[in-house]
Design a protein around this ligand. Sequence first.
Ligand code: AKG
Length: 286
Amino acid sequence: LFCTFPPSWQYMEDGYVVLDGLLTPQQCDELRQRMSEIVDQMDVPAHCRTTFSTYHDEQLKTQGNADYFITSGDKIRFFFEKGVFDDKGEFIVPKQRSLNKVGHALHAFEPLYKKVTHSPKVQKLGLANPVILQSMYIFKQPRIGGEVTPHQDATFLYTEPLGRVMGLWIALEDATVNNGCLWFMPGSQNSGISRRMVRTRQGTYPLTDFIGREKAYDEEKFVAAPVKKGGVVLIHGEVVHRSAENKSEDSRHVYTFHIMEGQDTHWSPDNWLQPTEELPFPSLYT
Ligand code: AKG
């Protein structure tokens, strides 16, 4: 992936780079404020409300979960932390503290998010035919924000050739070692991918499966990437990264989205995420 905006040698060398000041603190606060309104108004999905007293109910709930996820590419949907509902589907934590993430089309349907995604600074990345694949708001809630195990984004967003996907991960609050910042294995973007998530045959459950396995990575090879509020991490699609649980009292909100260089790139029809009539992958330049 060729870029002119970032100090690209570091991105090429390490597979990621942290850049300060993509957004002003005020822009970060506006995005957070808007998300707080979205959460206030959210409809909790039915499968989260289903009580599972029998094996059959549990199956239905699992399938509901899978359907809700796989059709979320062109919608704004809600994904929760574990243990935030009681067995009747009522919140046992404050609603605003219950979510793991919101995804995957904030960039298309929420004007403030759309504006940031297509902002001049992002357009200066210098890609030929960039398209936006997906977007997420990740909360990493105080005390209950779950860990994200080591992975490569190309596991979920596979292209041929590889090397055409970049994540932008924008800190809307300071992301620190304490509240669950990202950790990277520098240089790990150069060895291909170890695992792919693929759609299974239509009409069968589960809806997705993995080909291959994540490797066992040496903990010591990961380097923390703290980011100041308003800063961004550019993430190569094949760099191995993770984030720890958030056991602190501070949240760690981020807005993140993925761009693909669409020129001479084949988007895999086996990926969970597919462009739809409702939302073809929009060009970064529109
Ligand atoms: C991803 O979305 O690929 C991440 O690794 C995000 C992890 C996080 O925000 O903690």
